[in-house]
Ligand binder design. Structure first.
Ligand code: 5CA
Ligand code: ZN
Length: 478
């Protein structure tokens, strides 16, 4: 990309900043000619690879990865009543094979319950087969009617991780929901993204679930983004799809199920949470390039410096770091700008004087320069990358805390939301009062039982009716 296309908008103008960073840092190309479908640039795809490696590693502790077909026959899709109601307006249908109309229409999966569960019914025989914990990472299709946005609201979700588990009892499934939430917490912690977990109100739960636990992040403009959900499906689907097993006493029982989903919204959150006016800031774990070496080769020592930079690169790669060396014929300043825009956590500048002193200048993307010894460079880089991760984490926590507040009246709630905050209020859990809260403030009830170090779950009286209430999060959402 050329340099003469102006500069990145300030992050304070968040939505312009977001749209711009996606192409300037070469993450997504939005010019694909179908609405809601976007193209991963190789650099964006490399970020995705590292982020999803984290997710896979967590899931692989006790789930197994699998792969089901994209197409779902109409009669399977139409079996679970609530599920259909929830998705019927969002489904793409395949109706023809070539010019021949299909006898059975095929749905492009919007999520895969109705693809997976008929097979689970065949696979599950006895209690000895339980629990079953499988996941897949696939593309799914949803004909979204709200405004589409890259990585946030897609019509083709390209990176849908869906986990589907089966258990002998409702309580075991409930424990699994909690377990998936701890995995989610660990996943987002590795990306330095603070999250808030809450139980969605009944009217906002997944179609076909007993209840839905949601994971939200607070974006720079104070809007919340739902970046994951875990659903307790109870026996809704096992009854519909006959997912039964023989228990220890020889009786046939319906299984209890959970499902759990994360999409590339996790990358939208990563970009948005950490970036600044200069561009992306990637936590080292997610960075395609963790350190870039810029040789400063003015004057006679050109060959010496290049050779030392090359050796430095090889030493760091051998130690397991992802490293690039930038020998392009450009001013150093232009190179700095280029790598800063792409969020590379650490820049190593090596010039003749550094070389003579046995040192290299380390510049953190989070600010601060320090000289480090070449003799112990791999240890030093480990330490500095750790400090960068910490700095990123602290900044994100400060942001999240400063966007949360507790309020005790409708007026205070409205004011807090208008200041771009997410508020904790007390709500009696009745739909009537919930509607009043949502309509008067043009916001959404995110949920109750908020579990987060950022929210103190105080009990109080409902801000609408004055009856006893529970701590509830209210925010403007994406
Ligand atoms: N079957 C369940 C769990 S796999 C399911 O589909 N849940 S979901 O509808 O809540 O989706 C899971 C997650 O995917 C959501 O929490 C949200 O973070 C993300 N998501 C949902 N729709 C979109 C979309 N159109 N674009 C990007 N991400 C989406
Ligand atoms: Zn009330």
């Amino acid at each position: 990309m050329d340099d003469d296309t102006g500069t990145l908008p300030q992050k304070g103008n968040f939505s312009e900043w977001y749209n711009d960073i996606l192409w300037r840092a070469e993450i997504m190309d939005v010019r694909y000619p179908v609405k809601g479908l976007y193209v991963w640039y190789p650099y964006g795809f490399a970020i995705r690879k590292h982020v999803y490696t984290q997710l896979r590693n967590l899931l692989d502790r006790d789930h197994e990865e699998t792969l089901f077909p994209l197409l779902i026959p109409e009669q399977e899709f139409m079996k679970e009543a609530e599920h259909i109601k929830g998705f019927e307006d969002e489904v793409y249908w395949v109706t023809h094979g070539g010019t021949t109309p299909l006898e059975v229409k095929l749905a492009l999966r919007p999520t895969s319950e109705t693809a997976i569960y008929p097979m689970y019914a065949l696979w599950l025989r006895s209690h000895a087969d339980l629990p079953m914990k499988y996941y897949q990472i696939v593309n799914t299709f949803r004909y979204e009617t709200k405004q589409t946005r890259p990585l946030i609201r897609l019509r083709e979700i390209t990176s849908f991780m869906e986990s589907h588990t089966v258990h002998a009892t409702w309580d075991e499934a409930e424990a699994q929901v909690e377990y998936e939430l701890t995995l989610t917490r660990e996943f987002y912690d590795s990306l330095c993204i603070p999250i808030i977990i809450s139980k969605r109100p009944d009217w906002d739960k997944f179609p076909g679930a007993d209840y839905t636990m949601a994971v939200d992040a607070i974006m720079p403009n104070g809007k919340t983004l739902q970046i994951g959900t875990v659903h307790h499906l109870g026996e809704h689907f096992s009854k519909t799809f006959s997912i039964t097993f023989e228990d220890k006493n020889g009786e046939q029982k319906f299984a209890s199920q959970t499902c759990y989903g994360i999409s590339e919204r996790c990358i939208a959150a990563l970009i948005s949470m950490h970036g600044d006016d200069k561009g992306l800031i990637l936590p080292p774990v997610s960075a395609p390039v963790q350190a870039v070496i810029v040789p400063i080769t003015i004057g006679k020592r050109h060959e010496d410096v290049l050779a030392a930079a090359e050796k430095l690169k090889n030493d760091l790669i051998a130690a397991g770091f992802r490293v690039k060396i930038d020998t392009r014929d450009m001013r150093p300043g232009a190179k700095y700008y280029w790598w800063e825009l792409r969020g590379v956590p650490l820049r190593l500048e090596l010039g003749p004087r550094d070389l003579d002193a046995g040192k290299v200048m380390a510049v953190k993307r989070t600010g601060e320069k320090t000289q480090i010894e070449l003799a112990t460079v791999t240890d030093e880089v480990t330490r500095v990358l750790g400090e960068i991760t910490e700095a990123i984490r602290v900044r994100a926590e400060v942001h999240t805390k400063s966007h949360l507040c507790t309020v005790a009246s409708m007026d205070a709630l409205d004011a807090a939301l208008n200041e771009g905050k997410v508020a904790v209020v007390s709500w009696c859990q009745h739909k009537g009062c919930g509607d009043v809260i949502e309509e008067k403030t043009n916001a959404s009830i995110l949920g109750t039982n908020a579990r987060s170090q950022y929210v103190s779950a105080t009990e109080g009286i409902c801000i609408v009716c004055g009856k006893p209430g529970k701590a509830t999060l209210v925010g403007r959402t994406y």
